[in-house]
Design a protein. Sequence first.
Length: 169
Amino acid sequence: MSITTTAHLNFRGNAREALEFYRSVFGGEIMVITYGDFGMPKELPDAGKVVWGQVAAEDGFRVMAYDVPGQAGAGTAPAPSASALSAPLSAAAPSTRREHGMTLTGEPFFLSVRGETVEEVGALWEKLADGATVVEAYGPAQWAPAFGMLTDRFGITWILDVAAQHANA
C-alpha cells in the first residue's frame, strides 16, 4: 500500500491568493475549482471562492486550499471553539513565538519543509519570508545544518530545515 499526506489549508476568502503565492515560492502547477464551477449561481458572493485548490510540484511539494463558505476577510479560518461558533472571525496576529529557547504556540499545526542543502532551503526561505513574521531566523541549528521558522502573510506557520547527515549504523 502507498499513501501520501497533503496539508489541506482552510482560508477565509483568499485561498487563490495563497495558492498563487505558494506556487511562486515552491514552483509547480496550480489547480483551482470555484464554487461557481460546481454550480453555485455566479451572482452569490461565494461563487468565485475556491472550493478546491492545489499546488503540486515535481519535487514532491503539495499543498491544498479551500475557502470556507460564508467566511470573509483575509487569513486562515481558525477551528471554531464553543464560544466562537457564533462569533465573527477576525484577523489574528500570529500566535507562535520564541521565548527563552522555547517555541510557544497556540497553533494546532506547523508545515515543515525539509531539503538537502542550506542553499536550496535558504532560497525557499527568502521567498516565503516575504510579508512573513519571522519566529526563528534561518541559520545553523544544533540539530541541523540550517533551520528557521516563520508565519507567512496568510497566517500559516512554516518550519524550514536542512536534513542532518546521519552516519549509517
